[in-house]
Design a protein around this ligand. Sequence first.
Ligand code: C2E
Ligand code: MG
Ligand code: MG
Ligand code: MG
Length: 283
Amino acid sequence: RAKRAGGNRVEPFRPAFRSFGTDRLQLETDLRRAIERKELSLVYQPIVRLEDAEVAGFEALMRWEHPKRGSIPPIEFIPIAEASDIIGPLGMFAMEQATNDLMSWQRQTGELPMFVSINLSSAQLLNKELYDDVRALLAKTHCDPSRIKLELTESMVMENPEQARLVLDKLREIGLGLSLDDFGTGYSSLAYLTRFPFDTVKLDKSMVRDESDKKAILLRSVISMARELGMKVVAEGIESEEDALELAKMGCTYGQSFIFGPPMGSDSVLRLLKERFPLTKRA
Ligand code: C2E
Ligand code: MG
Ligand code: MG
Ligand code: MG
């Protein structure tokens, strides 16, 4: 930032800064058209039960294939969508696509006990229409609400705790799952967060991966506290089978990591499900 050094000092022209600004504007313009141009898609990463490595569900993760720049990661385009009105249609796209994909897997594999977990943005959470939108979507797709989980972070609910609790209570009441995402990156205690009706806690990979003995103690106590509060625990970004076993021993139910499976397209999910759960093996 330019310091105000007395007098009428003129800001030097900084091309790098300028191009950053126009670049972002250009991306925003491109993102605005991305949905209708079918450049956005969802990939799904398995969430597996640690005790037997069985697939329990999938997290939907958004991808953007930019016609000129190639693939742009969500950490770059989600904030652009969030800073503009694009997040509304983009969030709706994710909910609709994920629900339709789930229903299509269900039809083709015969009602597997499977869930899909969808990331929400704070603008969606604070949007008064969220509850009605979700209900309308469930009705239209004939989707069982308990097969949908919404992922939210601590900072999202803290932005407006009263409003957040109001809508989360209603969503929970109709049977949706609610996951507290990226736990361990914020500042609140799990005890405080029990004011919100989360049924699942997702431990951030930074917490899962810390090697220190003190962190292991923390991890163990967070997991047992979550369990005692009646919540399931998902560990993100587990790096080895040893760590997975260790986490399972601590009481962690699920894992989501490249070692169990990368995010994959809807077709690959269907192949995976047919392979793992052949109809002939089910009653
Ligand atoms: P997240 O919700 O915490 O999602 C998990 C991220 O961890 C994903 O990154 C996933 O690919 C990555 N990951 C999974 N296993 C491993 C592992 O073993 N090692 C490492 N290093 N990473 C792993 P991705 O897909 O790049 O998404 C990044 C973030 O973007 C997400 O974090 C979420 O906050 C946001 N995001 C993605 N899709 C959506 C969406 O549809 N809507 C909203 N609002 N946010 C989204
Ligand atoms: Mg997530
Ligand atoms: Mg996460
Ligand atoms: Mg995250």
